[in-house]
Design a protein around this ligand. Structure first.
Ligand code: ZN
Length: 185
């Protein structure tokens, strides 16, 4: 049994159209929508991993400036990918969805306590939050599947180098959304 969960990373207003706007994010929206809807249909959990910052967070002050401040419009999931009540939401305060969040215990509790074995990663950015989340998954023994047309970065180079790193260092399998959905059965 290869229990799966889809993790949707930082598909928030600020990351797509707001303070940390990424033009290249737009074309992955329909692919992610398709992935999430297929997952729901096959009873595969969808977990939204969302930046929810305090304005005082180190990452905000020292590196990126204000973005995805908890409770603001910018920190909400984009309307196209609105979570359903069956989906899970995990708030994070830096790049990795595993770093000091409840994600790992959540994944281990799913499938009647058998736990998730494979995480499917989509969202932003291939070389930042996706990469650090893949690291967290790798350290904890999860298998990693990357939706290559469901992740993006500020530049093509960042995206492509990000994919290469994920594959070579974390043993991630890189597949299209259609290929991933086909494996849902
Ligand atoms: Zn952030």
């Amino acid at each position: 049994m290869n229990n799966k969960a889809v993790l949707i990373i930082d598909m928030l207003n600020d990351f797509v159209t707001g303070d940390l706007k990424c033009e290249r994010a737009k074309h992955i929206i329909p692919n992610l929508k398709k992935l999430i809807e297929a997952a729901r249909k096959h009873n595969i959990s969808a977990v939204y991993c969302n930046d929810a910052h305090y304005p005082e967070d180190f990452e905000v002050v020292e590196k990126w400036g204000k973005h995805a401040v908890k409770g603001t419009k910018g920190a909400e999931v984009i309307p196209e990918l609105k979570p359903s009540e069956k989906d899970y939401i995990v708030e994070k305060r830096t790049y990795s969805c595993f770093y000091e969040t409840g994600l790992d215990p959540l994944l281990r509790s799913l499938y009647k306590g058998e736990g998730v074995k494979t995480v499917i990663l989509g969202g932003l950015h291939t070389n930042i939050c996706v990469r650090h989340t893949a690291a967290g998954a790798f350290f904890r023994g999860y298998k990693i599947l990357i939706a290559k047309d469901g992740v993006e970065a500020f530049t093509k180079e960042d995206h492509e180098q990000g994919l290469k790193y994920l594959e070579s260092v974390y043993n991630a399998k890189i597949k299209t959304v259609d290929e991933i959905i086909k494996e849902f059965g």
